[in-house]
Design a binder for this molecule. Structure first.
Ligand code: NAP
Length: 248
C-alpha cells in the first residue's frame, strides 16, 4: 500500500486526490489548513488543521506511515511549503511540489509587478481611486491606511479588521466569468485591479476583463519555490511522477 499525503487547499489538490482515490494499492489523505468556513472538500480522507510546524508534520508522517508527500498548496502558502520541505527531509520521505504556472501578461495588458502586498499598496494612489482587491481577506490590513481610496474586496469568508475605511466586501468564490467580471468592474467604476500571481484558470476572468476595460493590474509576485525539490506544474505530471518514481 502506497500512503500519500496531499497538502491541499487548491483545485489541483482536489483533482489529484480524486485521480488517486480509485487506484488499487494507494491510500490518499488530503490536508486543509481549516481556515475556510465551508471548504470544497476533496474526495477521500481529509485532515483539517495544521500539523504544528515542521516537527509536528514529521511526527504525523511517521505515525501515519506516509510514503510520499505532494505539496499541492497555493503558490502563496509559503510557510506550509517550507514546513513540508523540512519535515520530509527529516523523515526521509520524498516530496513533490505541484505548483501551477504563474500568469503572463499578453498584448493589451497593463500589469505592474510588485514584490509584495505592501509594495502593491504603495503603488495604488498613483493608479486610481477605486480599487478592486482580490488578494484574500487576510491581506486587507496592508491596505488599511489608504483613506483616500475606495475598495471593493472580494473574498470567500468575511475579512477581519483592520481594513480600509472606505470598503465594500463581496463574499464570493470562483470560478468567475469574463462577462460577470466586466459587469462588476463597470458597475463599481473600478480604476485598478490588485491580484496575487496565483495562476490557474479559476480566476483569470478578472484579468481578461481588466484588459478589455484598459485598466491597470497590480500583480504581486509569488514567493520563490524552494530549490532542490522535484516540482511539476500539472496534476497529470504529478500522477506520472508518482507512478514512475514511487510505484510502490
Ligand atoms: P501558510 O501561510 O503557508 O501556512 C500557515 C500554516 O497553516 C502552516 O504552517 C500550517 O500550519 C497550516 N497549513 C497551511 N496549509 C495547510 C494544509 N494544506 N494542510 C494543513 N495545514 C496547513 O498558508 P496560507 O497561505 O495561510 O494558506 C492556507 C491554505 O489555503 C493552504 O492550504 C493553501 O493551499 C490555501 N490557499 C491559500 C491561498 C493564498 O493566497 N495564500 C489562496 C488559496 C488557497 P502548521 O505549521 O501548524 O502545520
Amino acid at each position: 500500500m502506497l500512503n500519500i499525503l496531499v497538502l491541499g487547499g487548491t483545485d489541483e489538490a482536489r483533482r489529484l486526490a480524486a485521480a488517486l482515490a480509485g487506484r488499487a494499492g494507494t491510500h490518499v489523505v488530503s490536508s486543509l489548513a481549516g481556515r475556510v468556513r465551508d471548504p470544497r472538500l476533496p474526495v477521500g480522507e481529509v485532515h483539517e488543521g495544521g500539523f504544528g510546524g515542521p516537527e509536528g508534520l514529521r511526527a504525523w508522517i511517521g505515525e501515519r506511515g506516509i510514503d510520499v508527500v505532494v505539496d499541492a498548496t497555493h503558490p502563496f502558502a509559503a510557510r506550509m511549503t517550507a514546513s513540508a520541505v523540512e519535515a520530509t527531509g527529516r523523515a526521509g520521505v520524498p516530496l513533490l511540489i505541484l505548483r501551477r504556472p504563474g500568469w503572463q501578461a499578453g498584448p493589451g495588458d497593463d500589469w505592474r509587478w510588485t514584490p509584495s502586498l505592501a509594495a502593491a499598496a504603495e503603488l495604488l494612489p498613483g493608479l486610481g481611486e477605486r480599487v478592486f482587491l482580490t488578494t484574500g481577506r487576510r491581506s486587507l490590513p496592508v491596505f488599511a491606511g489608504l483613506d483616500d481610496l475606495w475598495f471593493l474586496a472580494r473574498s470567500v469568508d468575511p475579512p477581519e479588521p483592520p481594513a480600509p475605511r472606505r470598503l465594500e466586501v463581496l463574499l464570493s468564490r470562483g470560478p468567475f466569468t469574463v462577462e460577470g467580471e466586466l459587469a462588476l468592474m463597470r458597475d463599481n467604476r473600478i480604476d485598478v485591479l490588485v491580484t496575487k500571481d496565483s495562476g490557474g484558470r479559476m480566476t483569470t476572468a478578472k484579468l481578461s476583463a481588466a484588459r478589455e476595460l484598459g485598466l491597470p493590474v497590480v500583480v504581486v509576485r509569488r514567493p520563490p519555490a524552494p530549490g532542490g525539490v522535484p516540482a511539476v506544474e500539472t496534476v497529470e505530471e504529478a500522477l506520472a511522477w508518482l507512478e514512475g518514481a514511487h510505484a510502490g
